[in-house]
Design a protein around this ligand. Structure first.
Ligand code: PEP
Ligand code: MG
Length: 913
C-alpha cells in the first residue's frame, strides 16, 4: 500500500494502518496527522488520504493545472485505496463510493475553511445508494445536501444580501410553502427530486454552467475550492487573530463517507474529553440522531447531550422535570448504551494517548461508531489552567509540560471582571440559554457582525445577538463584549469560537425570536431593539435586562498553583509599571517583585496638582519655578510614600520628569483664562508662553533629562521628594528601596549632570535629617546613541532600564503618535509582520538592546538591567529579554502574571535546545 517516493503529495490511512502519524502536523495538517495516528492506535476511522500542505503552497505558486498534473496519479490511487477497503466504486450505479473533502491546517481553524460532503453522487450513484440502503428518501436527501453544499462551497452561490437567506434555503422554503409542510423531513421523495432539479436550475442561472455529474470533476473542483478557501476573508482574519502564518497552507483530507442520517439508528456528534469552558474532568458533548456532519456544529438544530449527567444538569438549568427530560432529551448514554460505552472508552484512550483534552467528532452509521476527528480542544483561559494543573496532579504530564501548555496571553481572561453578585441578584432575568463560554458581559444589542464592528469603533460596548453565528461573523464576535444566539449547542460555531477568544457566550437561548429585518428580538412577548442594553452571564447561561455592574476577578486555586510553578522555573523576575499606590498593590498581588517604572508626570494630572505644575511651567525665571515646585514637593512626597509603602521591602524605580512641558499647558481659552487669573498674569502672557513651548517634534524636543539639565531645580525637587519619602517611611519602620531613573539619556555628560543633582540633593537631605537610606541612580536606555555607547553610560549608571517604546520610535524613525496612519497598511501588506510597538523587533531594536546589555556589563559586571517599555509584558519579547540576560521585565499590573509565565517558559525552551 505504501508509496515510497520521497516527494509524496498524498498520504493514505485506513484499516488501522497509515503512512502519516501525529508528529507530521506541518505536512499533513492537524486533522490529517491525527486521522493517521488514530488508525495507528486502533480507533475506527473511515479510510482516506491526506493531500499535503506543501501542495497548497504549490497551488498558490504554480496554479491549478500544474498542481493537478503533479498529484493526479497519487489522488487516483488514493480513491482506489478507499474503494478497495470499502468495497465500493467511484460513480458506480450499483455500489458507489462517496467521499468527503475537508480542509485541515496545521493549527485548527474551526469552521473557517470549506468542506464538501457526499461527493461522488450523481443520477447513477443515487440509484446505487437507494438500492444499497433500501432507502430512496435517504439517497435523494443526501443528493440534495450535496448539490446544496457543492453549490455553496465550490460554485459560490451566496445569499444576495445580509438580510437574505441562502439561495438554496430559499428554494426549500418556497417548496415547503407550496406543499403546505413545515419541516424538511415532511418533504416526500418526489419533493426531494423536485428540489434537486430546482437547485440545478438555480446553479445554471447564477453560474452559467451545468452542475457537474462526473465524480472526478466534482472531486478536483472541490479540492481546488478547499485550497482557495485558505485565502478567504474569514480564514485570513482568523489567522491574523491567532498569529497563523499564511505560508503554512492547508492540507486536504479525502475520506470515505459514513452516514449519520440513515435513520434512527444513526447519528452524529461532537464531544470533549473534559469541559472546555470550566476545565472540569467530565466527558461531555452533543449529538443528533439522524443527522449529518455539520448539523451539530452549524447550530441549525439544537442537539442533545451525550452523557446522562450532562442531561441531568441541563434539565436542572432549564427547569425541566425528570419525566420530560428522559422522554424528550435522553442522552446518548441512555439512548444507545453500547455505542456510548464504546465512545467513552475511545475518548479516554485518545486523551491518554495525547495527554491533553481532546475535541472529537464521531458518526454512528447504523449502530456502528466511526471517529472522524480528534484534536486538542479549544478552551477558555480558566479551563486551560485547570486542565493543565489537573493533568499534572493526575501524573499524566510533568511540571514543564504543564507550564508549556499555558498560552500566556490567555491568562488575561482570568483577570477579567465578573458580575457583582448583589447587582446580578437584583437584575431582571430575561431568559436562559446554554452557558457556552464563561464570563460577564454588558452591552447594547446589535444584530449584524459588521455593525458590531462599527459600533465598537465608536467606543460602544456591544452584545452580538444572532439566530446562529457563522464564520463570517468572526470580526463582529471579536469586537463584541458577548454573544447571544437563539440556536446552537455547546459545540456550535459560536460556542467554540467564543471559547477560543475567551469571550462570554450564551448559545441556544431557544425562547428568543430574532428578527434581522426589524432589528429586534422578542423574548416571551417582550421586544428588545437594537441599542437596548442587556447583560450575559456566560457561566450560567442567564440573560439579564439592562446593565449590571462588574467587579474584579478573584485569583486563587489553580491560578495560584500555576504561578508558584512559574516561580520555580523562572530566572528573570517581573516588576510592574505603576504610578499610584492602588496600581502598585494590584501588581504586588499579582506577584510583581517591585516597580520598574513610575512615571511621575502622571501624578501631575490629578486634581489641583496640574495648577501648581502649570505655574511652574509658566514661570519666567528660576525663582518663579522654585516657588511653584515648593508647592509640588509635599504632594510628590506623599505620592511616593504611598507607592513605597505598598511596595515595602521591594525596589521601586521612580523616573524623573520626562514629557515635553507643553503637554501640561492649557490650550483652550477658558483654561488659559483660569490660569491667568490664578497666577495674576494676563491672558496674552499665558498664550505667549503656550506658543513659546510648542515644538515641531516634541518627542524629539525639550523633554527627558533635557528638562532636568536646563531646569535643574525640577530634578532637585523631585529627588528631594523621593529621598524624604523614603526617610519618612524608615522612621515608621517601613523599608523603601528607591531607584532613581534618568529618562532619555543620550550622552554620559547628560547623565552625569543629573546624577550630580540627585546625589548632592540626597546628601543634603541626609544631613538635614541626620539619617540615610540606600538608593540607586540609573538611566533609561531609549535613545540609540545611549545603546551604542552603553559601556560609557554604565560608568555612571547603576542600572539600565530599556525604554523600548522610545527606542523603537527612534530606531525605526516611526513616530509613536503618528504611526497609526501607516502601520495598519504595512501590516496588511506584510511589510511588517508585527506592530513593533507591541512586539519587540528582535532583529533591529533587539540588536541594540543586546549590544547595550553586553557593553553595559563590560563596564560593570553586576549592572542591573531590565525593560520597562510596553514589550515587557508581551510573551515573545519577554523570552527575548531572558535570552539577552536581563534581570527583570516590567509591565502593566494586569500583565504581570502573563510576563511571569512567559519568563518561566523562556527557561524551559532554552533548556530544550
Ligand atoms: C519607553 O520609552 O519605553 C518608556 C517606558 O517610556 P515612555 O513610554 O514613558 O516614553
Ligand atoms: Mg520613553
Amino acid at each position: 500500500m505504501i508509496n515510497e517516493t520521497s516527494k509524496k503529495s498524498v498520504y493514505l490511512f485506513g484499516d488501522e494502518k497509515a503512512e502519516g502519524k501525529a508528529g507530521m502536523k506541518s505536512l499533513l495538517g492537524g486533522k490529517g496527522a491525527n486521522l493517521a495516528e488514530m488508525n495507528l492506535i486502533g480507533v475506527p476511522v473511515p479510510p482516506g488520504f491526506t493531500i499535503t500542505t506543501e501542495v497548497c503552497s504549490q497551488y498558490y505558486e504554480v496554479g491549478e493545472e500544474k498542481v493537478i498534473e503533479k498529484i493526479r496519479v497519487e489522488v487516483e490511487n488514493g480513491i482506489h485505496f478507499i474503494e478497495d477497503i470499502m468495497g465500493t466504486k467511484f460513480g458506480d450505479k450499483d455500489n458507489p463510493c462517496l467521499v468527503s473533502v475537508r480542509s485541515g491546517a496545521r493549527a485548527s481553524m474551526p469552521g473557517m475553511m470549506d468542506t464538501v460532503l457526499n461527493l461522488g453522487l450523481n443520477y447513477d450513484a443515487i440509484k446505487g445508494i437507494a438500492k444499497k440502503t433500501g432507502n430512496e428518501r435517504f439517497a435523494w436527501d443526501s443528493y440534495r445536501r450535496f448539490v446544496q453544499m457543492f453549490g455553496d462551497v465550490v460554485l459560490g452561490m451566496e445569499p444576495a444580501s445580509k438580510e437574505d437567506i441562502d439561495p438554496f434555503e430559499e428554494i426549500i422554503e418556497k417548496l415547503k410553502a407550496e406543499r403546505g409542510v413545515e419541516n424538511d423531513n415532511d418533504l416526500s421523495v418526489l419533493d426531494l427530486k423536485e428540489l434537486v432539479s430546482r437547485f440545478k436550475v438555480a446553479v445554471k442561472i447564477v453560474t452559467g454552467k451545468d452542475f457537474p455529474e462526473d465524480p472526478w470533476e466534482q472531486l478536483w473542483d472541490s479540492i481546488m475550492a478547499v485550497f482557495n478557501s485558505w485565502m478567504n476573508d474569514r480564514a485570513k482574519l482568523y489567522r491574523k487573530l491567532n498569529n497563523i502564518p499564511a505560508e503554512w497552507g492547508t492540507a486536504i483530507n479525502v475520506q470515505a463517507m459514513v452516514f449519520g442520517n440513515m435513520g434512527e439508528s444513526s447519528g452524529t456528534g461532537v464531544a470533549f474529553t473534559r469541559d472546555a469552558g470550566t476545565g472540569e474532568n467530565l466527558f461531555n458533548g452533543e449529538y443528533l440522531i439522524n443527522a449529518q456532519g455539520e448539523d451539530v456544529v452549524a447550530g441549525i438544530r439544537t442537539p442533545q447531550v451525550i452523557t446522562k449527567i450532562g442531561s441531568l444538569r441541563w434539565a436542572q438549568l432549564a427547569n425541566v422535570s425528570e419525566e420530560d427530560r428522559s422522554k424528550l432529551y435522553p442522552s446518548l448514554e441512555e439512548n444507545m448504551p453500547k455505542i456510548y460505552d464504546e465512545l467513552n472508552t475511545i475518548q479516554q484512550k485518545l486523551e491518554d494517548h495525547y495527554t491533553d483534552m481532546q475535541d472529537i467528532e464521531f458518526t454512528i452509521q447504523d449502530r456502528k461508531l466511526w471517529l472522524l476527528q480528534t484534536r486538542n480542544g479549544k478552551r477558555t483561559g480558566a479551563s486551560m489552567v485547570k486542565i493543565a494543573m489537573d493533568l499534572l496532579a493526575e501524573g499524566k504530564i510533568d511540571e514543564k509540560t504543564a507550564l508549556m501548555r499555558i498560552e500566556p496571553n490567555k491568562l488575561d481572561e482570568l483577570l477579567h471582571p465578573v458580575f457583582d453578585n448583589d447587582a446580578m441578584n437584583k437584575a431582571h432575568v430575561i431568559t436562559k440559554g446554554l452557558p457556552a463560554s464563561p464570563g460577564a458581559a454588558t452591552g447594547q444589542i446589535v444584530f449584524h457582525a459588521d455593525e458590531a464592528e462599527e459600533w465598537a469603533k465608536k467606543g460602544k460596548d456591544v452584545i452580538l445577538v444572532r439566530i446562529e453565528t457563522s464564520p463570517e461573523d468572526l470580526q463582529g464576535m471579536n469586537v463584541a463584549k458577548g454573544i447571544l444566539t437563539a440556536r446552537g449547542g455547546m459545540t456550535s460555531h459560536a460556542a467554540v469560537v467564543a471559547r477560543g477568544m475567551g469571550k462570554c457566550c450564551i448559545s441556544g437561548a431557544g425562547s428568543i425570536r430574532v428578527n434581522y429585518k426589524s432589528r429586534s428580538v422578542n423574548v416571551d412577548g417582550k421586544t428588545f431593539n437594537e441599542g437596548d442594553w442587556i447583560s450575559l452571564n456566560g457561566s450560567t447561561g442567564v440573560v439579564y435586562d439592562g446593565k449590571i455592574d462588574t467587579k474584579e476577578a478573584e485569583l486563587s486555586g489553580d491560578f495560584g498553583v500555576l504561578m508558584n510553578l512559574a516561580e520555580k522555573y523562572t530566572r528573570m523576575y517581573v516588576r510592574a509599571n505603576a504610578d499610584s499606590p492602588h496600581d502598585a498593590k494590584v501588581a504586588r498581588d499579582f506577584g510583581a517583585k517591585g516597580i520598574g517604572l513610575t512615571r511621575t508626570e502622571h501624578m501631575f494630572f490629578e486634581g489641583d496638582r496640574i495648577k501648581a505644575m502649570r505655574e511652574m511651567i509658566l514661570a519666567s525665571d528660576e525663582a518663579g519655578r522654585r516657588k511653584a515646585l515648593e508647592k509640588l514637593l509635599p504632594i510628590q512626597r506623599e505620592d511616593f510614600e504611598g507607592i513605597f509603602e505598598a511596595m515595602h521591602d521591594l525596589p521601586v524605580t521612580i523616573r524623573l520628569l520626562d514629557p515635553p512641558l507643553h503637554e501640561f499647558v492649557p490650550h483652550e481659552e477658558q483654561a488659559q483664562k483660569d490660569m491667568a487669573e490664578e497666577m495674576g498674569i494676563t491672558l496674552s502672557e499665558v498664550r505667549q508662553k503656550a506658543e513659546d513651548l510648542s515644538e515641531f517634534n516634541p518627542m524629539l524636543g525639550h523633554r527627558g533629562c533635557r528638562l532636568g539639565n536646563t531646569y535643574p531645580e525640577i530634578s532637585e525637587i523631585q529627588s528631594r521628594a523621593i529621598i524624604e519619602a523614603a526617610l519618612n517611611l524608615k522612621a515608621r519602620g517601613v523599608k523603601a528601596i528607591p531607584e532613581i531613573m534618568i529618562p532619555l539619556t543620550g550622552t554620559l555628560a547628560e547623565l552625569k549632570m543629573q546624577e550630580d543633582i540627585v546625589r548632592s540633593t540626597a546628601e543634603k537631605v541626609f544631613a538635614e535629617r541626620n539619617d540615610k537610606i540606600d538608593y540607586l541612580v540609573g538611566t533609561m536606555i531609549e535613545i540609540p546613541r545611549a545603546a551604542l555607547l552603553a559601556d560609557k553610560i554604565a560608568e555612571s549608571a547603576e542600572f539600565f532600564s530599556f525604554g523600548t517604546n522610545d527606542l523603537t520610535q527612534m530606531t525605526f524613525g516611526y513616530s509613536r503618535d503618528d504611526a497609526g496612519k501607516f502601520l495598519p497598511v504595512y501590516l496588511d501588506k506584510g511589510i511588517l509582520i508585527d506592530d513593533p510597538f507591541q512586539v519587540l523587533d528582535q532583529e533591529g531594536v533587539g540588536l541594540l538592546v543586546e549590544m547595550a546589555t553586553k557593553k553595559g556589563r563590560q563596564t560593570k559586571s553586576d549592572l542591573k538591567i531590565g525593560i520597562c517599555g510596553e514589550h515587557g509584558g508581551e510573551p515573545s519579547s519577554v523570552e527575548f529579554c531572558h535570552r539577552v540576560g536581563m534581570d527583570y521585565v516590567s509591565c502593566s499590573p494586569f500583565r504581570v502574571p502573563i510576563a511571569r509565565l512567559a519568563a518561566a517558559q523562556a527557561v524551559i525552551r532554552e533548556d530544550k535546545k
